[in-house]
Design a protein around this ligand. Structure first.
Ligand SMILES: C[S@@+](CC[C@H](N)C(=O)[O-])C[C@H]1O[C@@H](n2cnc3c(N)ncnc32)[C@H](O)[C@@H]1O
Length: 257
């Protein structure tokens, strides 16, 4: 099963599963801080899912474009956005075009790791204005590299659907992670394997450098300082299309968050 089929099957449960897994409020605070510091007005949400970042950013008057290749999730996002002026784009992040070049793109919840990263980086370089930002939210890979991926299992009774059993098992082979996901929601059983790239911070920086992006800031768990066991890292890149293929430049470290 391909990833977008998984999201098709999961669309009606997506917001419930999100609410069990991530803290959207903290992520939005993080995003808004960077976007406002950089005077960003237009934002592309790459792999926007059900719009959990697109919609609140549009409510804060950003010009938002939400892109996804799951028609079901886009429809869900659209239905929640009501009269907000968001441009929803059904397309593949590796090839899609936009009506405008944006000041910034965001790609949240490790979505970049599920995508063909080289092709997506190459395309984003064209979609983001020169000197524009790319904010990537990545799962932290240290546990995987040490061979101790954390599995996720929980079971919860939801009146609307019955018992929801979630079972996520990570297997890591060199730079590839296969995440076997299994959801039993009432009588509905959804199983899939998602293969994603497992890139260290340095590896990610090298890939993005090759496509003209320069690392500007790195954050851990939505703060600057690296805790002992970070679960994720967030990177802010600047689009310098003319610098394609350059090796690592000096980076600006932010310790103010
Ligand atoms: C882990 S979900 C994250 C969704 C959203 N960013 C969030 O944080 O809730 C990954 C999303 O990326 C979308 N996606 C995966 N591959 C894609 C691609 N090549 N082009 C566009 N969207 C893609 C999926 O349909 C899904 O909505």
């Amino acid at each position: 099963m391909k990833v977008q089929h998984l999201y098709t099957d999961l669309a009606r449960y997506y917001d419930f599963l999100v609410s069990r897994s991530v803290n959207t409020e903290i992520e939005l605070q993080f995003l808004e801080k960077i976007l406002s510091q950089n005077k960003v007005k237009s934002v592309l949400d790459v792999g926007c899912g059900s719009g959990r970042h697109s919609i609140p950013l549009a409510q804060k008057n950003y010009q938002v474009l939400g892109m996804d290749n799951s028609a079901e999730l886009l429809e869900l996002a659209r239905s929640k956005a009501h009269s907000l002026n968001i441009q929803w784009i059904y397309g593949d992040a590796a090839t899609a075009t936009l009506p405008i070049k944006v000041d910034a793109a965001i790609c949240m919840w490790s979505t970049i790791n599920e995508m063909p990263i080289d092709a997506v980086a190459e395309n984003l370089c064209k979609l983001i204005k020169p000197k524009g930002l790319l904010i990537l939210d990545n799962s932290y890979i240290a546990d995987h590299i040490r061979g101790k991926p954390k599995d996720t299992r929980f079971s919860i009774d939801v009146p609307e659907w019955g018992v929801v059993d979630v079972n996520i098992v990570d297997k890591v082979k060199s730079e590839q992670r296969t995440r076997s996901v299994s959801y039993k929601i009432g009588h509905n059983i959804i199983n899939d394997d998602i293969t994603s790239e497992v890139l260290s911070e340095d590896e990610l920086e090298s890939v993005m450098n090759a496509h003209g992006f320069t690392l500007s800031q790195i954050f851990y768990d939505y703060q600057s300082h690296k805790p002992e066991s970070p679960r994720r890292f967030q990177t802010v890149f600047i689009n310098n299309p003319l610098r394609k293929g350059h090796s690592k430049p000096d980076r600006e470290q932010d310790h103010s968050a």
